[in-house]
Structures are given as C-alpha cells and as structure tokens.
Design a protein around this ligand. Sequence first.
Ligand SMILES: Cc1cc2nc3c(=O)[nH]c(=O)nc-3n(C[C@H](O)[C@H](O)[C@H](O)COP(=O)(O)O)c2cc1C
Length: 409
Amino acid sequence: MVEVRVEQLCTDPELYIIRIDDGKIRYFEATWDIPEGITYNSYLMKLKDAVVLFDTSKAEYADLFMDALKKLVDPKEITHIIVHHTEPDHSGALPKVLEENGYRAQLIGTTFARNLLQGFYGDKVVENFKVAKDGEEMDIGGKTFRFIAVPWLHWPDTMITYVVEDRLIFSCDAGGGYGIPETIDDSDEKVVEEYLPHVTKYIVTVIGHYHKYIVQNIKKLKELGIVESARMILPGHGLVWRKNPVRIFEHYERVGAGVPTKDKVLVIYDSMYGFVERRMNIVIDELKKLGKNPIVYRFTDKEVPAVSDILGEVPDSEALIIGASTYEADIHPRIRYALFEILDKANYEKPVLVVGAFGWGGVAGKKIETLISRSKFDLVDTVESRGMPTQEDEERLREGVRKLVSWIS
Ligand SMILES: Cc1cc2nc3c(=O)[nH]c(=O)nc-3n(C[C@H](O)[C@H](O)[C@H](O)COP(=O)(O)O)c2cc1C
C-alpha cells in the first residue's frame, strides 16, 4: 500500500513534511529486498516572502505528491527548490512540480546535481539552477541557508542544507533508513528501537560501498559545530530526528566504523545436502560454548535469506564465519553472491573463519581465501574437507572457532 502523510513539524519557521509511505516496493534499487518498505520525505518551508521545497518524491508517486503539496501551497508560489541529491527517489517528481510551478522557482544544488538533473530530465529543468558551493550561504525569506557538500552520501552530487537561525539540518540520504515508521519523528522509543536495524540495513546496502565517507562527512559536520546543537535532523527517508537529533548521526558513525556488538558472530553458509551444515552445527556449538551469540543465515533447498538482511548484520558483528560448498569448481552461487556484496558494501576489518566442503576437489575455500585476502577482513583460518566431516575435521573446526574467538578478545 502507498500512502501520503502530511504533517506540520513546527510553526516557527512554518515547516511541513510530505511523506510518501511506499509499502508497495519490494526491491530498492531493483536489488535490495525491503519487505519493511521505505518512505520518501520532502519538506516545505513557508517564509515571509519565500516558499522553499526541499527535494520531492519518486516519479511513480508524482500525482500523489502533487495532491499533497497543493493542500499546503499553490505550486506557483514555490520560490526555491533545494535539490540535495538527484537520485530519482527524491527527484522523480521534480519535472511535474516545475511544470505546475510554471518554472518560476530557483533550483539550488551542487554542480553535479545540475548535470545529473539535466541528464535525467532535460535542459528545461535546469534553466534556473543556482549552483551552491560547499559552505556557501544564501539569504532566503530572511533566513540563512548554508549548503554543505557531503559527497558520496550517497552520490557525488549530495549536499545538505543547514538553516542557521533555526538550527535545522536537511540531510537527505544521510540520516535515512528503510521502513515505514508509525510515527513521523523519534519521540517514541519503541518505534526508534524497531527502526534502527532498518537504518543499518539501509546504510550498508545503499551507502555501504562508500562507508569511509560516512565517517569523514559526519566528522566534517561535527567540526562545523552544527550537529551537537541541531534542533532537528530531517532526512529524505524514515524518521525525523528532533527528540535526540545527534542519535541518528552517532548511529551512522557506528555503522560506518563497524563498531561491534559484544559477542555477536555472523554465520553464513549454503548447504545443498547437509554436508556443510554438519560442519556449521559444530562451529555454532563451539561458538555457544565460548559464550558467543551466533546469528545464522543459511541457504538451503528450503531457505533463501535476503542478502540485504545479511549485509545489515555485518557492521556490528565481532567476526564472520562463512561456510561454502564447492560448486562446479567454484564457490556455491548463493554464497558467491552474498560474499561479493559483503566485500563490496560491508568491507570491515573483522576476522573471518572459512569452512568448506567438497566432493572431489576443494575449490570454494581457496577462492574465498583469495577474496578475503584482497579485502579489509582478516582471514583467521580455512577448514575445508571432503564429504562427511570426520572426527579429525570436527577437531579442526572447533580449533578454528577457538582461534577466531581469541582473535576477537
Ligand atoms: C551441482 C553440483 C556441483 C558440484 N561441483 C563440485 C565440484 O566442482 N568440485 C567438488 O569437489 N565437488 C562438487 N560438488 C560436490 C559438493 O561440493 C559436495 O557434495 C559437498 O559436500 C556439498 O555440501 P552440501 O551438501 O552441504 O552442499 C558439487 C555438487 C553439486 C550438487
């Protein structure tokens, strides 16, 4: 189901959110399973002699968006449209808004944003585009709007807006998450607790490839002194942060840095006929004996977990154990894909134990070893053997887990 929510966030300045709750989407960016859905947040600020729109929505929901917008303002009255990020989940409805606005509004964004919009929607859309330089300030409707570039959060075009007098941070993708929270803001702790894992999953799947920029850009914002004193952080997805605005960026920092949750070990494996699974049961048993908390994802002939969920588990794991069978002289395809995405999106300095099973010649273990050695992960050991695990295999597997655990502590 798709719904639109419009709420006034504050009276001074007069600020509204237009939130499209997309419960229809299944695969964000045509890749990431999100049964939890997503919201696209746009904001409207009415000032003395200016009406400012911050981002829009997806093209698919342009009519829904326009109907909601028209309840707040005549589109012709919009004087400025701030484009923080041009990915079409935020810019898709822009051509429609401009059409109904009669192309009167000035667009504000980075040079990259200008070029991307032109590529997506043509020349007319960028006819009245003002390029904002990093740190540049503009007086709009009697308020100081400061534009701060945050490249790679999540594209090269991305910037945030800080409204100086009101200490408001419009952060677009930075500070966003998957899910359709019941509330608009972070006032309900239960809602926040349920939402934060969706934020982690969003960070890894969407921005994970650039996760070093998360830490860098949030450091930059902190050094500018705008985070600690922010009255609200208003992202392009998910909750608005006003009870505790710093919390969302602290969460982003923790995910970006891969800060572990004590004792959490992520265990991923495939098993076609149960041989890898027998090994993983030994591994899980040993982990539990050592007081660890294994979080297990298995690919079998009955279960196929979403890789997006697996990715969301990586940043706060202390370590990973990957089990794979050899499949046509390669890594089993499900683990190959999951591993490829982990190494691309969730590449952290964390120890890894590799477990393998084969029929006639082990290849998966060696291939995983090579991939791990080229990543930030640290290979602790590879325990690979043929068919049914023997007593000796069991001892090697338990020893491998002990090595992994001593690596963590
Ligand atoms: C389609 C298929 C391809 C396989 N390819 C290989 C291979 O190239 N080399 C090999 O040593 N074993 C191969 N095997 C055997 C498996 O690696 C072996 O049976 C392993 O123990 C499977 O563990 P599992 O039942 O937990 O998946 C293959 C098995 C299947 C079903």
